[in-house]
Design a protein around this ligand. Structure first.
Ligand code: FAD
Ligand code: FES
Length: 329
């Protein structure tokens, strides 16, 4: 009975993958931006089971619950609610078949990631999700290109891949390359900059790319941009960023608040950035429009590039269509 149910679940997940894959391929072909992943309104109360150093500035954290955890597919991340209340996204990097634990790996950068590094076994932690904005599409062959901590979603994909795959992990030096050593060494190439006189070119990373190979890339924005530009036309390419893309071609506008305060938003900065300069306590999380933390009511003006529901705006991505917007803050 359990086997039959597992087979049904696998078949359903394969159908879901096929539909997600088709949607992603159509989106790539039509040049549309990927639709933001819908929010998962589910708080899970977990406990930190283990914290260990995966690299000098990378902490690997294992979380467990009171029973089996909700399933997830490679590419999924958790919204982790840290003890201070900050919320940050972390990709699941463990084995998607394990329902008894979630694993994340976090590079120390600023306040949120430093809090993760300070977690200790036994600490209760609330997470939301898992949510997937980087779906793993069925393909005959994969090339995974990871830059530094960008290995996290790709490690889960490599663990789950049932067809041929190769992974190239780049970073400043061997010690700074977490997680890839746990994967099949015959398929993994570690490519530290200090042993090759600098970072790789996109041409080098795509050197052996065969037709039909699907490329997944996660890492610093310059790596993703360079690989995207170098990809042969029509070949499937999927990428996820951990930090917001630069704003190109934006126009300056004024952000008005309820009390009449007016904040100038420069052409190359988000309304959230401009607001944080005067109100550093404003909550944000993904900075890419999909988590909902910075969504606020819109009291005047219209927006574009927005991901919030009608009548609201995502301060991290929405831009005024005219010269000003007024928000409910
Ligand atoms: C979908 C998603 C998945 C993510 N998965 C991971 C993960 O598996 N492991 C992980 O360590 N981080 C991951 N991040 C980044 C993470 O959510 C935080 O942004 C990061 O920990 C920095 O938060 P902070 O509070 O320490 O610093 P902040 O002060 O909030 O960040 C400082 C700046 O650094 C940018 N930034 C975020 N990540 C990086 C990076 N790797 N290199 C350079 N700049 C960066 C932020 O966007 C911000 O502009 C993910 C982000 C997203 C959106
Ligand atoms: S910070 Fe996530 S939607 Fe703006």
């Amino acid at each position: 009975m359990r086997d039959a149910r597992a087979k049904n679940t696998d078949a359903t997940m394969r159908r879901v993958d096929a539909v997600v894959g088709l949607t992603a391929r159509l989106a790539v072909r039509s040049g549309r931006r990927r639709r933001p992943a819908p929010p998962v309104d589910r708080d899970l109360r977990l406990v930190v089971a283990d914290v260990r150093a995966e690299a000098p500035d990378v902490a690997g954290v294992t979380l467990v619950g009171a029973g089996p955890l909700p399933g997830w597919r490679p590419g999924a991340h958790l919204d982790v609610v840290l003890p201070s209340g900050l919320v940050r996204q972390y990709s699941l990097c463990g084995d998607p078949d394990r329902r008894d634990e979630y694993r994340i790996a976090v590079r120390r950068i600023g306040p949120g990631s430093s809090e993760v590094h300070a977690l200790r076994p036994g600490t209760p932690l609330t997470v939301r999700g898992p949510r997937n904005a980087f779906p793993f599409v069925a393909a005959p062959r994969y090339l995974f290109l990871a830059g530094g901590i960008g290995i996290t979603p790709l490690a889960a994909m490599a663990r789950a891949a049932t067809s041929d795959w190769r992974l190239i992990h780049t970073g400043r030096d061997r010690a700074s390359l977490p997680l890839s050593r746990d994967l099949d060494p015959r398929r993994v190439v570690l490519r530290p900059d200090d042993e090759h006189g600098g970072p790789p070119t996109a041409a080098e990373l795509l050197d052996d790319l065969t037709p039909g190979t699907t490329v997944y890339c996660c890492g610093p924005p310059p790596l993703i941009d360079a690989v995207r530009r170098a990809m042969p036309a029509g070949q499937p390419f999927h990428a996820e960023r951990f930090s917001p893309p630069p704003i190109r071609g934006g126009r300056p506008f004024t952000l008005g608040l309820r009390d009449g305060t007016e904040i100038a938003v420069p052409a190359d900065r988000s309304a959230l950035d401009a607001l944080l300069a005067v109100r550093p306590d404003v909550a944000y999380s993904c900075r890419q429009g999909f988590c909902g933390t910075c969504h606020v009511g819109l009291l005047g003006g219209g927006t574009e590039h927005d991901t919030a529901a009608p009548g609201r705006t995502a301060l991290c991505v929405g831009r005024a269509t005219g010269e000003h917007v007024i928000v409910d803050l």
